[in-house]
Write a protein of this length. Structure first.
Ligand code: GTP
Length: 322
């Protein structure tokens, strides 16, 4: 099986962290976020993954190479200009080896424990041209919603609305017939969510939704990004990519400091006397001063948190001093 991972977005909601590092490469529980997705794909039996890159494309291949450490073959396809989700899928498909009728496509910013094999099996069983993972959320107003009938057939794709007709939302993982991808115009900016899927419905094609309410988190915002790392470290969700060691061995934590609540510390981090670091992601080379209190925050590489400073629910830029 082959998959395409969409990793080319600008990650604007995660600025300033994404000014230097693309969202899928931000550290989560000690490894770049997308490592968790790649490890899950490898565990599910995928052998080839194409990374559809655009923003800061070069960092992906520099880190993952040909994929040998993950037991996968990785290819990289870069858009000269970002083509949106649909355009990126079409562009990346050029690197798939031909012959597979099905392709799995995932957004590169979703941490999910859902049963991918079941989603693929459902696609095969229903004869749909596209099978989408859907999740139910308490407040769907912030998302486009995707109502289905009793048989799971998608009825519509609605944009955000004040009174959503369903609490089901698109979870960013699709099984697509290769023909669906080949029908996307080459070289054009296309949104798979807003253009490709609605036009399939308009043409009378069968699009199926699979509701799976296992762990799911879209790491689009600083709070969700920090939560993803905490959830892996504290075991709320399992990842085959997590080493089980949230504090890099080269970090130096004063014996009187507390590092708690699922915090992950990167290489070379120094935590001073009496400091408390709770439920946070601290990237490599950060210095946290004596008596500082850092809670539910993401601290960018090389940043300095001064003695006694209190940082709560914050996203601090690389090399910043607070
Ligand atoms: P925001 O700017 O904060 O909305 O984040 P984003 O840029 O990641 O956008 P969004 O969350 O809507 O993207 C969903 C997924 O598609 C992410 O994994 C993105 O990396 C990816 N993505 C979005 N646009 C493009 C694109 O033009 N090209 C490629 N290759 N990937 C994209």
């Amino acid at each position: 099986m082959q998959a395409i991972l969409l990793v080319g977005g600008q990650g604007t909601r995660l600025r300033p962290l994404t000014l230097t590092t693309p969202k899928p490469m931000l550290p989560v529980a000690g490894v770049p976020f997308v490592t968790h997705q790649l490890a899950r794909l490898a565990a599910a039996g995928f052998d080839h993954v194409v990374l559809a890159t655009s923003y800061r494309a070069e960092v992906f291949a520099a880190h993952f190479g040909a994929g040998q450490n993950l037991g996968l073959r990785l290819s990289y396809v870069t858009e000269a200009e970002p083509l949106g989700t649909g355009g990126a899928i079409r562009n990346a498909a050029a690197a798939l080896h031909p012959g597979d009728e099905l392709v799995v496509v995932q957004n590169g910013d979703v941490l999910s424990g859902h049963d991918l094999a079941a989603q693929v099996a459902r696609h095969r069983a229903t004869g749909a041209v596209a099978t989408l993972h859907l999740v139910t959320v308490e407040d769907p107003r912030a998302y486009g919603c995707v109502p289905t009938d009793e048989a799971g057939r998608v009825l519509a794709f609605h944009e955000k609305m004040p009174e959503p007709v369903s609490d089901q939302i698109n979870a960013g993982c699709y099984v697509l017939d290769r023909a669906v991808i080949d029908a996307i115009p080459a070289g054009a900016v296309v949104s798979v969510e807003r253009e490709t899927f609605p036009s399939l419905l308009a043409a009378g094609a069968v699009v199926t939704g699979v509701v799976d309410d296992s762990y799911w988190l879209d790491v689009g915002t600083p709070a969700a990004y920090v939560q993803a790392s905490v959830d892996i470290v504290t075991g709320v969700v399992e990842s085959p990519a997590y080493t089980g060691v949230p504090v890099d061995p080269s970090a130096v934590v004063d014996p009187s400091a507390s590092v708690v609540g699922g915090t992950a510390l990167g290489a070379g981090v120094v935590v001073g006397a009496g400091a408390v670091v709770a439920a946070s992601v601290v990237q490599r080379g950060v210095r946290i001063g004596a008596g500082a209190v850092v809670t539910r925050s993401a601290i960018g590489a090389g940043a300095v948190v001064g003695d006694g400073r209190v940082v709560t629910d914050a996203a601090i830029a690389d090399s910043a001093t607070v």
